[in-house]
Design a protein around this ligand. Structure first.
Ligand code: UP5
Ligand code: MG
Length: 190
């Protein structure tokens, strides 16, 4: 990622809070490339890479994959995109992820979108998603919620202290959530 420093917006929130859905809306209106860390990891499993089995086991348990693995995938996708503005969805998930990304890329996020959603609503969405995700079962969902609260939420607090968090209440219809999301972006992003 030599040359001009990319602009990065981290898109965070609990499992099923709507990160992927809203990123898909954002890229239709603004010139960002959407990179879902979870999607990149699932593609890595499918590709039959040497890390595939390890990644699959971690996702099944709702655990956080070692940051070297995730950061390598993110860096590759950033380079391949040809863009310099990114929505990084579902990463960083813990303090170590965050520190490693900053150390390796030298990038600090421009802003952090935080989709705040009650667990009951997230649970309902995940159980009715029906996309065959191996982690969308009650047992794994409980683990994902626990990891979110214990490991991922502190990352949001870290950025809150830096004044970077744009918190959005996410338990509303998709279009209403997007109205609140739009405000975060500027006409220059169009
Ligand atoms: N939906 C969305 N918005 C709605 C709304 N406003 N009203 C009603 N329904 C709404 O949405 C989930 C479902 O809800 C969909 O069916 C949608 O239509 C509906 P989605 O937009 O997919 O929510 P999202 O927040 O993206 O949920 P997701 O399940 O992807 O979040 P997770 O954070 O759990 O999953 P992710 O893919 O990021 O990570 C999966 C696993 O990968 C992690 O648990 C971890 O094991 C691993 N991982 C790492 O180890 N490191 C990483 O950096 C990233 C992932
Ligand atoms: Mg997602």
């Amino acid at each position: 990622l030599a040359g001009k420093k990319p602009i990065v917006v981290f898109v965070l929130g609990g499992p099923g809070s709507g990160k992927g859905t809203q990123c898909a809306n954002i890229v239709q209106h603004f010139h960002y490339t959407h990179l879902s860390a979870g999607d990149l990891l699932r593609a890595e499993i499918k590709s039959g890479s040497e890390n595939g089995t390890m990644i699959q086991n971690m996702i099944k348990e709702g655990k956080i994959v070692p940051s070297e693995v995730t950061i390598k995938l993110l860096k590759k996708a950033m380079l391949e995109s040809g863009n310099d503005k990114f929505l990084i969805d579902g990463f960083p998930r813990n303090e170590e992820n965050r520190a490693a990304f900053e150390a390796v890329t030298g990038i600090e996020p421009e802003a952090v979108l935080f989709f705040n959603c009650p667990e009951q609503e997230m649970e309902k969405r995940l159980l009715s998603r029906n996309q065959g995700r191996e982690d969308d079962n009650m047992e794994t969902i409980r683990k994902r919620f626990k990891v979110f609260l214990e490991s991922s939420f502190p990352v949001i607090e870290y950025y809150k202290a830096k004044g970077k968090v744009r918190e959005i209440y996410a338990a509303k219809p998709i279009e209403e959530v997007f109205e609140a999301v739009k405000v975060v972006f500027t006409p220059e992003d169009e």
